[in-house]
Design a protein around this ligand. Structure first.
Ligand code: G
Ligand code: G
Ligand code: MN
Ligand code: NA
Length: 255
């Protein structure tokens, strides 16, 4: 049993699922969105992390089908929650480098998922990394402009851990920066991390972008992020990524 052979079967066997992690506005604590995080529940191997199988999916050419499933499923889930009376949540989806190498296919996938689900485009947010951006900036720019025209939002994931360039921040149509959790982890003890987080928040705001902190685990971290006027937070302080059913239960128990 090789990982790629098993992964090929994962979609038809319905072994893939999404977990959802809340994203919260820091000014009043309301729930404003979720990030969809892919999981693979293998019948023998148990739960496998996307960190393990996304690289395999990219190498074996399975990423397009898996990525398309993620986008479709996440859009459907967002609309299903509307119908259950939740606030209108934004849905953030992680994009892999390989998906961006086939821009027309990705664009078609997104358009189709929006049309089938009826999710308003402005509630869909694609998370991309700096590594992805720099691999082909002209191609990335073209694709991001198509998404902007469609009304879909773009967030830079793990901001500050890759090839951060002020050039692309100016040139590309981006909506949000996600302060990487490596800077949030030691926010209380490490003044350098505080400086970096505060600088990212100021930079983002100066460029008219929203800023979200990832990996927020403690009230002390939250308090520091509030002093930086960080707009949103995501992390275990509010909730771990949860299956859809548990997410609803968490929402009803919290709000
Ligand atoms: O939630 P977790 O720690 O397991 O996520 C591990 C990594 O997998 C993170 O870097 C996350 O961005 C990535 N990831 C999660 N879901 C997806 C997905 O649907 N597509 C891609 N390409 N990456 C994902
Ligand atoms: O690369 P990306 O930012 O998409 O991946 C986010 C990863 O961080 C996921 O694997 C998710 O499960 C994990 N995560 C989310 N919240 C927290 C947190 O508060 N603390 C830690 N350590 N990890 C978190
Ligand atoms: Mn992410
Ligand atoms: Na991240």
């Amino acid at each position: 049993l090789t990982l790629s052979n098993e992964l090929r079967q994962a979609l038809p066997r319905r072994e893939l699922l999404l977990h959802y992690q809340p994203q919260v506005a820091l000014d009043d604590g309301r729930l404003i969105g979720v990030e969809a995080l892919l999981r693979w529940q293998h019948p023998e191997w148990g739960m496998i992390s996307p960190a393990e199988f996304i690289p395999v999916a990219e190498e074996s050419g399975l990423i397009e089908a898996i990525g398309a499933w993620v986008i479709e499923e996440a859009c459907q889930q967002a609309v299903a929650w509307d119908q259950l009376g939740l606030p209108e949540l934004s849905m953030s989806i992680n994009c892999s480098t390989r998906q961006f190498l086939e821009p027309q296919a990705l664009l078609d996938t997104v358009r189709t998922a929006l049309r089938r689900s009826g999710l308003p485009p402005a509630r869909l947010e694609l998370e991309i990394t700096e590594t992805l951006i720099v691999q082909d900036i002209a191609k990335t720019q073209w694709l991001l402009e198509q998404f902007r025209a469609l009304g879909v939002r773009i967030a830079i994931d793990d901001f500050g851990t890759g090839y951060s360039s002020l050039y692309y921040l100016k040139r590309l149509p981006i909506d949000k920066l996600k302060i990487d959790q490596s800077f949030v982890r030691d926010l209380v003890a490490n003044p350098d991390d505080r400086t970096i987080a505060a600088t990212v928040a100021t930079l983002g705001h100066s460029l008219g972008l929203r800023v979200i902190a990832e990996g927020v685990e403690t009230a002390e971290q939250l308090q520091i992020l509030e002093t930086m006027q960080c707009d949103e937070g995501q992390g275990y302080l509010w909730s771990r990524p949860l299956p859809a059913g548990q997410f609803i239960a968490w929402y009803r128990g919290t709000y």
